[in-house]
Design a protein around this ligand. Structure first.
Ligand SMILES: NC(=O)c1ccc[n+]([C@@H]2O[C@H](COP(=O)([O-])OP(=O)(O)OC[C@H]3O[C@@H](n4cnc5c(N)ncnc54)[C@H](O)[C@@H]3O)[C@@H](O)[C@H]2O)c1
Length: 262
């Protein structure tokens, strides 16, 4: 098999949580579909996911919309059962959903309610998603899990970036993403001998609406001199989903323009 063939995802079934989202979610789903996978996108709004799946089908891809609330264990179990019934298996799981509750803010302003939502969805839900899909992958002896982390799972926020803006770096975010990256390593070790690879991606900042003082300072500090675009994450996702990365597990791939290199 040629190296380019190893990037192909033909015959694979891939699920992306929040895979219809306007920023990274839809870029990830489209990239997997372009590489040949049957894609499923799922989040709380079935309508939104079905609409995005229909958009992908109109471009000739095999895409399906489903529903999941990652803050609800029963909903995750429902998704697992629905995927099993409709597709028989899952080859690629991309955990991209992130709850952004009101009150998710700097340490002085964060609320107990927002922390509880984050804990339930972005910690408990993340682990339950892995619990729902990894054992079946292990039983079949193959699978790839990709957790969408962040540069802020690797380094802290630089407060200078936020000067002259209303933006505030949430205190819970580095906690969640740092935990996600280290959980990825443990899960990779747990499943490695059963053929399931588990990796994370740490994207840099992508926010088309970022105010100029923030975007300008961010770009100035970033070695590649700009914020991310939605395309920037696509190659990394296809690489980690596919056999092109067949000997890569437990890794965190920084797709950050060099942000964490300095
Ligand atoms: N945009 C960035 O700058 C950036 C940078 C680094 C990492 N990331 C990560 O990329 C991933 C996608 O973020 P984004 O910025 O593209 O979009 P986003 O933060 O706007 O999207 C989050 C998505 O999660 C979904 N969601 C929220 N709660 C949910 C729940 N309980 N159940 C199911 N779905 C739920 C929402 O519907 C939304 O589509 C996130 O994990 C985020 O942390 C984003």
């Amino acid at each position: 098999m040629s190296v380019l063939d190893r990037f192909k995802l033909d015959g694979k079934v891939a699920l992306v949580t929040a895979g219809a989202g306007p920023l990274f979610g839809s870029s990830i789903t489209e990239a997997l579909a372009e590489a040949g996978a049957t894609v499923i996108t799922a989040s709380r709004s079935l309508e939104r996911n079905e609409a995005y799946a229909a958009e992908l089908r109109s471009k000739g891809f095999d895409a399906h919309g489903m529903q999941v609330d990652i803050g609800d264990a029963a909903s995750i179990e429902g998704l697992r059962a629905a995927v099993k019934e409709r597709f028989g298996r899952l080859d690629v799981l991309v955990n991209s959903a992130l709850s952004r509750p009101k009150g998710m803010s700097v340490v002085e302003e964060v609320t107990l309610e927002s922390l509880e939502v984050n804990a339930r969805a972005d910690m408990v839900g993340l682990i339950l998603m892995c619990k729902a899909f990894c054992p079946d992958m292990a039983e079949r002896g193959r699978g790839s899990v990709i957790n969408i982390a962040s540069i802020y799972g690797l380094v802290g926020n630089d407060p200078n970036l936020y000067l002259e803006t209303d933006m505030k770096p949430p205190i819970v975010y580095p906690f969640l993403k740092g935990g996600m990256i280290n959980m990825t390593r443990s899960l990779a070790a747990h499943y490695g001998k059963r053929g399931v690879r588990v990796n994370s991606i740490s994207p840099g900042g992508y926010s088309p609406d970022a105010p100029e003082p923030f975007a300008g300072r961010y770009s100035q500090r970033c070695p590649l001199g700009r914020m991310m675009t939605n395309e920037d994450i696509q190659g990394a996702v296809v690489f980690l989903a596919s056999d092109a990365s067949q000997y890569v597990t437990g890794a965190n791939l920084a797709v950050d323009g060099g942000w964490t290199a300095i």
